[in-house]
Design a protein around this ligand. Structure first.
Ligand SMILES: [Zn+2]
Length: 275
């Protein structure tokens, strides 16, 4: 999956000790776009480096191996770097190369946190960066704002030798999906799984088995995956406000794929391989 970096070491400890070096990387975002080189298809993606930017308004985010990754905090509207262009953040799903795409996902999560909390939600005053942890502090009322990570679940429902797959309505991702949804306040992830299955396809489920997790920075999520079986009749009553399609597929109908980036795809492939 996207977060599996092999021999590379991701270090996300908060630190003020890092000084940008020319060879470190810079993440520049503008709404849902990232300033990046390559296209992820014919040419691997690559990030600008500190030596490429003249405005050194940079915030340390994390390191991978010995290289630092910095968020560009200047005016991204007017930034131009030869050989780089703003592209939809969806290009990061290309997984080419893994390390750039994981860095992009993770930095985008942090970018949204910083961008959405420039002012205190309690009193409206400006916020500043904490000097001791990854947080923003209100300059007036002492409110501390930590990064928001939204828990969500993914559920693979199995009936006999078939898996229930879906396609979202009105979302950029057009591939096969599973039942998914955010945890609501006051419920466990297992409660969420049961509720979402009932809401999205009208199915009662049983025998929930946890099967893995994944940070998904594009949507500020941490995802938890469960497999489950149908409790009762396998009749789909699709929520057509949310889903364009919902149908059962057999193992043979699932296309083989190497090293999928998402927990969803991993769960679908694990079903195919009977893992
Ligand atoms: Zn405040």
């Amino acid at each position: 999956m996207l977060q599996d970096l092999g021999r590379h070491v991701f270090k996300n400890e908060f630190s003020l000790r890092h000084e940008p070096r020319d060879e470190d990387f810079v993440l520049v975002f503008k709404e849902h776009e990232i300033l990046i080189g390559g296209d992820g298809l014919h040419e691997p993606l690559f990030l600008p480096q500190v030596s490429n930017v003249t405005d050194k308004s940079l915030l340390y985010l994390f390191s991978i191996d010995s290289r630092g990754y910095y968020l560009y905090c200047g005016d991204s509207i007017n930034i131009h770097i030869e050989g780089f262009s703003f592209q939809s953040h969806m290009v990061l799903r290309s997984d080419n190369p893994r390390i750039v795409c994981f860095a992009g996902f993770t930095a985008y999560h942090l970018f949204n946190f910083y961008q959405h909390n420039r002012f205190c939600g309690r009193c409206g005053s400006p916020t500043i960066h904490s000097q001791k942890e990854r947080a923003l502090l209100c300059t007036k009322c002492a409110n501390i704002i930590y990064p928001r990570i939204a828990p969500a679940v993914i559920v693979g429902i199995v009936h006999e030798d078939k898996l229930l797959v879906t396609r979202y309505k009105d979302r950029p991702y057009r591939g096969l999906a599973l039942i998914a949804g955010f945890c609501e306040i006051g419920e466990t992830p297992e409660d969420t799984a049961r509720r979402e299955c009932m809401e999205e396809v009208g199915l009662r489920i049983k025998d929930l088995k946890y099967c893995g997790s994944q940070p998904w920075g594009l949507d500020s999520n941490v995802l938890m995956g469960f497999m489950a079986s149908v409790d009762g009749e396998p009749v789909i009553r699709r929520d057509d406000g949310e889903l364009a399609e919902a149908f059962w597929i057999t193992r043979d109908e699932i296309t083989q794929e190497d090293s999928p980036i998402s927990l969803t795809k991993t769960m679908i492939l694990n079903f195919k391989m009977q893992i």
